[in-house]
Design a protein around this ligand. Structure first.
Ligand code: ACM
Ligand code: ZN
Length: 538
C-alpha cells in the first residue's frame, strides 16, 4: 500500500489502517469529512441491488449515529464532476473502469465514489464500513469518530474468481446459516460460493422431475461416530433446500456480489442418488445413503443411456435455479471397479473404441466421455463446466475449467496446457484441515495442517509461465464438513483463515505482508467478528 503524507491524522488512530483485504493504493491528504448525517446521492445507470446497498449503508449509519443520512438521485452530476465541489456522498458510475474496481475520493466537503459495476460499488461500501465505527455493521449505537480522512482510494482485485466452498452434504446448513456464511464472504470481497449440493451422504437440492432425490436421497439412517467407520449413531439425519429456498439464497448472494456455482458431483459421489434410483448404478443395488465418510466404489453407470437422461433433466432444473455461467460437475474420486465389471459400461467402451494406452485406461476414457457429454449439454444452455482435477486424466476436453485440489501440480500443468484453472490446493486451501500441528488442542477433524500463515503464503501463479498466468482465474478454499457438525465449528474452521484467503485473492504479491496482516486481523476479530458473533480461532 502507498500512503502519502497522512497529515490530518497525527495523534489520531488512522481508520485506513486495518482494511482487509488491503486496498491497492491509498493516498491521504490533510483534513477529514464527517459522514454523520451526510446526504447520499447516486447518479448513473444503477442496478436495483446497488441502490439497495447504498441505502442500506445510509440507513445503518443513520441508526448508529442517531442522525439521518438521506438518499436521493443526483441530477446534473456525473463521474467527471470535480470531487472538490461535491457536498455529501456521491456514487457515480464510471464504465471505463476495470470490473469490480472502485475509487473513493474524500474531500473536506464530501465524497465521490466511482465504480463500473455493482461489485465495485459494493466493495467501496465494504471499505467504508471497515473504516467507520463498528456499529455501522449492525446499526447499533457506536462510539468513535465518523470522520473519514481526505484522500484517494484506488482499489480492485488481483483475480476475477475469489471463491469459498461450502459442503451441506456431510452436514447440513440451514438457510440462515448459509446466509451468515455469505455475509462474511461478502464483507471480505469474495465473489463466488461453490455450493457442493450432492454427495454420497445426502442429496440437498430439490429436483421437481425426481422428487425421490429429496424424499429418500436427502436422509441417511445414521452417521459414523468420530473416526470409527464401523459405528453409527443410529439417528436419521438429513435435510435439503427447496427450490424456493435455493432461489432465496441465490438472490441473497447476488445482492452481495456473490455468484453461486452449484456442484452436482458426477459420476462418483452419487450414492444418495443411487439409493433413490438404483437403476442409476451398474449393479442395480440396493444401495443406502452413506452413513460413513470416504470414497464409494458405487458410482453412476456410464453405460446406460438412462443415466444421461437423468443427468440432463437434473441439469435442466439446476440451470433454471442458478444463473451462474459455470456449473461444477465434480469428477473427483470415481473408482472404476464397477465399470470394469459392468456389461453396459464395457459395451459402451467397445462401441466407442476406447482403449487403454499411454494417455489412460479405457475406463478413464469412459469418464472423459461422461464429462464431454455434460459439457456439451451445458454448452447448449450457454454454460461452462468446472471439474475437479481428475478430469485432466485420460483425454480432457478443451474448454473445461479445472479446479486443482490434489496440490497445485494439476493446476500448474493444466494452465501450462492452456486450460483455465481455479487453484484450491489441499495443502494450502483445505479449511477442513487442522489449524494446529497434529490437531493438538483442536476439535476432531479430518487431519492435515493448514495454519493461517500457510494460507497467506500461497502463491497462485508459482510454476506457471508468464504468458499462461492469465489462465489462473483465481483461488478458492474448500471446507468439507465430514467432521464438522455445528455452525460454531464451521465458523471456527472458516475464520480467520478466510481473511488470509481474501488477501491472496485480492492483493498483488507486493501488497501482501503477513506481519501487517496479522496486526489488521486482531482489529477485525476484536471489532467486527466479535460484534457479529462469528466464532473464530484465536
Ligand atoms: C475433493 O476434495 N475430493 C475434491
Ligand atoms: Zn455400468
Amino acid at each position: 500500500m502507498l500512503i502519502i503524507a497522512p497529515l490530518g491524522l497525527q495523534g489520531k488512530t488512522d481508520p485506513t489502517m486495518n482494511i482487509t483485504p488491503r486496498p491497492r493504493e491509498i493516498s491521504l491528504e490533510k483534513g477529514s469529512f464527517n459522514i454523520k448525517g451526510a446526504g447520499f446521492n447516486h447518479a448513473g445507470s444503477f442496478e436495483g441491488r446497488t441502490v439497495d446497498a447504498i441505502a442500506e449503508l445510509a440507513d445503518d449509519i443513520s441508526a448508529a449515529t442517531g442522525k439521518t443520512c438521506s438518499v436521493a438521485g443526483a441530477a446534473g452530476v456525473d463521474r467527471n464532476t470535480d470531487a472538490a465541489i461535491l457536498k455529501g456522498v456521491f456514487f457515480l458510475t464510471d464504465s471505463s473502469m476495470e470490473p469490480e474496481n472502485y475509487k473513493i475520493v474524500i474531500t473536506k466537503k464530501g465524497m465521490k465514489i466511482t465504480a463500473p459495476d455493482h461489485n465495485g460499488f459494493y466493495y467501496a461500501i465494504q471499505t467504508l464500513r471497515q473504516m467507520l465505527p463498528v456499529g455501522n455493521y449492525k446499526a447499533v449505537a457506536s462510539t468513535g469518530s465518523w470522520s473519514l480522512p481526505c484522500g484517494t482510494f484506488s482499489d480492485g482485485p488481483r483475480f476475477p474468481y475469489r471463491g469459498m466452498h461450502m459442503d451441506p452434504c456431510r452436514h447440513f446448513w440451514s438457510v440462515e446459516e448459509t446466509k451468515r456464511y455469505i455475509d462474511v464472504m461478502a464483507m471480505y470481497k469474495l465473489n463466488r460460493l461453490h455450493w457442493h449440493l450432492t454427495d454420497d451422504q445426502g442429496w440437498r437440492v430439490e429436483i421437481k422431475r425426481y422428487p425421490g432425490l429429496t424424499e429418500v436421497g436427502a436422509f441417511r439412517k445414521g452417521t459414523m461416530i468420530g473416526r470409527n467407520f464401523q459405528s453409527s449413531d443410529g439417528r436419521r439425519y438429513g435435510g435439503y433446500y427447496t427450490q424456493d429456498q435455493i432461489r432465496e439464497i441465490v438472490d441473497y448472494a447476488w445482492t452481495r456480489g456473490i455468484t453461486i456455482i452449484p456442484e452436482v458431483d458426477l459420476p462418483g459421489h452419487m450414492v444418495a442418488a443411487l439409493a433413490t434410483y438404483p437403476w442409476l448404478g451398474c449393479t442395480g443395488g440396493p444401495y443406502d445413503v452413506w452413513t460413513i465418510w470416504g470414497v464409494s466404489k458405487d458410482v453412476l453407470c456410464a453405460g446406460k443411456e438412462s443415466t444421461f437422461v437423468f443427468l440432463e433433466e437434473v441439469m435442466d432444473e439446476i440451470c433454471e435455479l442458478f444463473p451462474s455461467k459455470y456449473i461444477h460437475i465434480g469428477g473427483d474420486e470415481c473408482p472404476k471397479d464397477r465399470w470394469e465389471k459392468c456389461p453396459d459400461c464395457q459395451a459402451l467402451i467397445k462401441e466407442m473404441g476406447f482403449t487403454t494406452d499411454g494417455k489412460g485406461t479405457k475406463e478413464q476414457k469412459l469418464q472423459n466421455y461422461v464429462t464431454f457429454r455434460m459439457q456439451d449439454y451445458l454448452a447448449e444452455k450457454g454454460r461452462k463446466i468446472i471439474g475437479w482435477d481428475e478430469i485432466l486424466e485420460g483425454e480432457p476436453s478443451p474448454g473445461a475449467t479445472v479446479m486443482s485440489w490434489r496440490g497445485a501440480g494439476g493446476g500448474i500443468d493444466a494452465a501450462n496446457r492452456g486450460f483455465d484453472v481455479i487453484m484450491t490446493p489441499n495443502d494450502y486451501m483445505y479449511f477442513d484441515y487442522y489449524q494446529a500441528k497434529d490437531g493438538e488442542g483442536e476439535p476432531l477433524g479430518i487431519g492435515g495442517f493448514v495454519p493461517l500463515d500457510k494460507v497467506y503464503g500461497f502463491d497462485p501463479c508459482e510454476g506457471i509461465s508468464p504468458d499462461m498466468q492469465k489462465h489462473i482465474l483465481g483461488v478458492q478454499a474448500n471446507l468439507w464438513t465430514e467432521y464438522i457438525a455445528t455452525p460454531s465449528h464451521l465458523e471456527y474452521m472458516l475464520l480467520p483463515r478466510m481473511l488470509a484467503l481474501a488477501e491472496v485473492q485480492w492483493c498483488s504479491e507486493g501488497n501482501r505482508d503477513y506481519g501487517r496482516f496479522t496486526a489488521d486481523l486482531k482489529a477485525h476479530q476484536e471489532r467486527i467478528l466479535d460484534l457479529l458473533g462469528y466464532n473464530y480461532r484465536k
